[in-house]
Ligand binder design. Structure first.
Ligand code: 2AM
Ligand code: CA
Length: 276
């Protein structure tokens, strides 16, 4: 079995994500304090984010010492194997702070230039919501699952009937412009959801709990695992104009629905003066 067998990588990702999920759930029950603020006063990191990332990093280093590491809360380490682990130790940190049960651990194994997410092929991804005990997973070519159940995105949904997930930036200035985008979108679709965890939003698309998703400003650790889970559920996860998902745009859903949604979201971004 080659060292890059996606099923083997997924088994490791799943085992570590479940254990890290249990760790953050326990810490949440003990009470959470903010360790520091990052880009804005709203962009926080808790001690549990750091503890979770240290734990995940340690387990990966022990199991696969030649792989690289790229996580939200610590410095990246290059590897020698061609595999890099892309990790969000808590996605949905604001939900975590408020004890809203929509936060997750996200772990993905990618191949490609660690410094350029547009070159990545994601081989395995796991997203765990420890409060609900939900384990979303996918391996390249192996399908997407919630627990044991195979997932498929919703198909044959017209834009006017689509339930669309999105999110807002920590920067107030950017959030106001994103508000203008939502104003233009909300009358064209069934409704909007803003759950607060990009990784879980992508898994919701894969599971048919949302028809589509569109958000600006994501980081690779927010979407790496979730984007693979969407694709393996038969959907598309991409940026504008077929680009890889990224900080400008991450769109997810069935291809036919995205063909309607993408031009609208693009136009609304341009009208709001958001860089494209
Ligand atoms: P986080 O909880 O790890 O910070 C909120 O819409 C979602 O987007 C969360 O998954 C959040 O991840 C992510 N996100 C990433 N960068 C963000 C930013 N600059 N502002 C707000 N949310 C961001
Ligand atoms: Ca995070």
């Amino acid at each position: 079995m080659p060292a890059t067998d996606p099923a083997e990588l997924l088994a490791l990702a799943r085992s570590i994500a479940v254990d890290a999920g249990e760790l953050i759930r326990r810490r949440r029950a003990e009470g959470v304090t903010v360790a520091a603020t990052k880009s804005t006063p709203q962009d926080v990191v808790t001690f549990a984010d750091r503890e979770s990332e240290d734990y995940i990093r340690g387990r990966l280093a022990e199991a696969r010492p030649d792989d690289g590491f790229f996580g939200e809360e610590s410095d990246a380490t290059p590897g020698r194997s061609g595999i890099t682990w892309v990790v969000d130790p808590i996605d949905g940190t604001v939900n975590y702070l408020y004890d809203i049960p929509a936060y997750a651990v996200s772990i993905a194994a990618v191949e490609g230039d660690p410094a350029d997410p547009s070159t990545w092929t994601t081989l395995a991804g796991c997203v765990v919501n420890p409060v609900l005990g939900e384990v979303f997973s996918a391996s390249h070519g192996g399908g997407a699952h919630l627990g044991e159940r195979a997932l498929a995105v919703n198909t044959d949904v017209a834009l006017a009937q689509a339930l669309v997930g999105t999110g807002f930036a920590y920067s107030a200035e950017l959030r106001v412009k994103q508000g203008a985008v939502v104003t233009g979108l909300v009358g064209r679709v069934r409704d909007i959801r803003r759950a607060g965890s990009a990784a879980l939003d992508l898994c919701s698309v894969a599971a048919g709990r949302l028809d589509a998703y569109a958000e600006r400003g994501l980081n690779p650790w927010d979407y790496a695992a979730g984007a693979l889970i969407v694709r393996e559920a038969g959907g598309v996860a991409a940026g504008f104009a077929g680009a890889a998902p990224g900080s400008v745009m991450t769109l997810a859903g069935d291809a036919a629905l995205l063909a309607e949604l993408e031009p609208l979201v693009f136009e609304l971004h341009r009208n709001a003066g958001l860089p494209l």
